[in-house]
Write a protein that binds this ligand. Structure first.
Ligand SMILES: Nc1ncnc2c1ncn2[C@@H]1O[C@H](COP(=O)(O)OP(=O)(O)OP(=O)(O)O)[C@@H](O)[C@H]1O
Ligand SMILES: [Mg+2]
Length: 266
């Protein structure tokens, strides 16, 4: 049984497909990368697979379970969202305890798992501090710890290292590799850092306008373009998705997203 089976998965917003009839299979314990320009549909796809968003049509199974069975699927998965989602007014420990209660984890087990995951992300000494006093990197590490707390079989990481310094990013890469190798967790990650995808991912799908435009190992993708000598993954990305800027960067992008959520049409 594959970890993820996706069949014709589609999400339409105002008549436009954000995810357009995607078919894809991800193997057990695979470390899989989803790459694509801003607005390509990566977060929308992860949101449907993690049962946060209902597909417009098509289907997907997580470890053989249809995503329409929300509760069963949620027990199998962990997710680190693209947008920060911690409670700043609580301590690190309180954020994790709250999450363990949401998952109905028995008290003793949750105590042990909280200690384990805090150790994993090097936050043991900081767990009693309010999250609002954490740096950006500490917050991201706490979010990863939270995603792992209930021992998921499949972990979705939506831009896990966005905005982190190179040292913290490298640390997080090593956690991700370790989790995948030692705990055999299937990991699906999105990133705009090509060296990250190249270093971590066994296979990569490049998506654009909601469709998969290239799929394969980093090596195979690089060898698929002949016009560049010794192509990097960034060359591959540009080759398949073009040079046009798809979205605005920075605060303006957040503003557009916010207005899009209110139903404002571009
Ligand atoms: N709630 C929404 N209402 C309307 N349109 C939306 C909504 N959420 C996403 N979209 C649109 O769907 C498309 C895909 O967005 P999505 O967030 O999945 O892209 P992404 O690949 O994750 O981009 P990024 O790299 O910027 O995070 C975009 O055109 C976006 O504007
Ligand atoms: Mg996104």
């Amino acid at each position: 049984m594959d970890a993820i089976e996706i069949e014709n998965l589609t999400k339409n917003y105002n008549g436009t497909a954000a995810v357009d009839s995607i078919n894809l299979r991800i193997k057990q314990a695979e470390l899989f990368g989803l790459l694509g320009p801003n607005g390509a549909g990566k977060t929308t796809m992860i949101s449907m697979l993690s049962t946060i968003l209902k597909p417009s049509s098509g289907n997907a199974k997580i470890n053989g379970i249809n995503i329409s069975y929300q509760n069963s699927v949620r027990k199998l998965i962990g997710i680190v969202f693209q947008d920060p989602s911690l409670d700043d007014e609580l301590t690190g420990m309180e954020n994790l305890t709250f999450h363990s209660k949401l998952y109905h984890m028995p008290h003793e087990l949750s105590k042990k798992r909280i200690n384990d995951v805090l150790k994993l992300v090097d936050l043991e000494g900081k767990s009693k501090m309010l999250v609002k006093t954490y740096s950006g990197g500490m917050k991201r590490r706490l979010e990863i710890a939270r995603g792992l707390l209930h021992h998921p079989k499949i972990l979705f990481l939506d831009e896990p290292t966005l905005g982190l310094d190179p040292q913290t990013r490298r640390h997080i890469w090593e956690y991700i590799k370790k989790l995948n190798k030692e705990e055999k967790i299937t990991i699906i990650l999105t990133t705009h850092y090509m060296e990250e995808a190249d270093y971590l991912c066994k296979r990569i799908a490049i998506i654009d306008h909601g469709k998969i435009v290239a799929l394969g190992t980093p090596k195979k993708l690089k060898s698929s373009i002949s016009s560049v000598k010794k192509p990097t993954l960034e060359d591959v990305f540009i080759w398949y998705t073009g040079h046009a800027i798809r979205d605005y960067e920075g605060p303006e992008l957040d503003n557009i997203r916010f207005r899009a959520r209110l139903g404002w049409k571009r």
